[in-house]
Design a protein around this ligand. Structure first.
Ligand code: HEC
Length: 263
């Protein structure tokens, strides 16, 4: 019995030590991402609508050929707190994609996307197989990646801009791998996805650089991972304010109730 207790105590202690987990060990070998001054940082931070629109464009034109974003639907693009495309714009964006269906004869066919459809990319078995054989693994779905990775948007930005570092001595880059110091372990299967001037922004005065594209798409992925962030912050602030006022009122009633009592 004592042995069992000791063994479970040891197992618990091992699990509680972050260094004991292989994932955490690997993460500690990665370079630290630069902390960016995002518009959505802090208690009152909100998304920059234009940045989210540009980030969507980068996602659509660059990342979507390899990565899915299956938790986001086209209607989300017009929801408050997001890129806030107009309804007509969101409908037009949805209509650009072909959604696979079965026709009346039961044969595979496609129809135009609607607001109710989710982002369909990479949903087809043949697309999956092509990607898997090209990269040795399936590029992960990006719906929650900004929340799933330590550093969130800072990490994604660092990863996307982190391809041009010189390979340090002693590191060998295997075939099909790319050196990126921000990726745990330093070797990533994703090739450098962007170069300057690749995406044509319609907005005047916005630089067409990998740096800017990376910022915009990282902000977009942050929104995708938490589309209700702005509402959450607003409600949270309201709740704290309410509790503050309630505390004041309760204190005043306490004073009043005990006014004539010696205590
Ligand atoms: C040519 C295909 C391709 C394109 C284009 C591409 N990726 Fe990737 N991406 C991959 C592959 C493959 C992986 C898996 C890498 C690995 O685990 O070694 C990956 C992994 C990632 C990861 C996860 C890293 C981690 O911590 O696990 C992020 C984030 C990411 N990509 C973001 C993007 C963004 C944003 C874009 C668009 C600017 C993009 N990717 C474009 C193929 C691609």
């Amino acid at each position: 019995m004592r042995k069992i207790v000791l063994a479970s105590a040891l197992a618990l202690a091992a699990a509680a030590m972050p260094g004991a987990m292989p994932g955490a060990l690997a993460a500690s070998t990665a370079a630290h991402p630069e902390a960016i001054d995002w518009s959505f940082n802090g208690v009152f931070g909100t998304f920059d609508r234009n940045q989210l629109k540009r980030g969507f464009q980068v996602y659509k034109e660059v990342c979507a050929s390899c990565h899915g974003l299956h938790l986001i639907a086209y209607r989300n693009l017009k929801d408050p707190g997001g890129p806030e495309f107009t309804e007509a714009e969101a409908k037009a964006l949805a209509a650009e994609v072909e959604i696979p269906i079965l026709d009346e004869a039961g044969q595979p066919a496609t129809r135009k996307g609607t607001l109710a459809d989710r982002f369909p990319y990479q949903s087809q078995p043949d697309q999956k197989a092509t990607l898997k054989s090209a990269y040795g693994l399936m590029p992960p779905d990006l719906s929650l990646i900004a929340k799933a990775r330590e550093g969130g948007a800072d990490y994604i930005h660092a990863l996307l801009t982190g391809y041009d570092h010189e390979v340090p001595e002693g590191v060998t880059v295997p075939e099909g791998g790319n050196y990126n110091p921000y990726f745990p372990g330093g070797i990533i299967a994703m090739p450098k996805p962007m170069s300057d001037d690749q995406v044509e922004y319609a907005e005047a005065g916005v630089p067409r650089t990998v740096e800017q594209y990376s910022r915009d798409v990282s902000a977009f992925l942050m929104w995708a991972a938490e589309p209700k962030m702005e509402a959450r912050k607003r409600i949270g602030f309201g709740a704290i304010l309410f509790l503050g006022i309630l505390t004041g009122l309760l204190f005043l009633s306490y004073r009043r109730v005990w006014r004539n009592v010696d205590h």
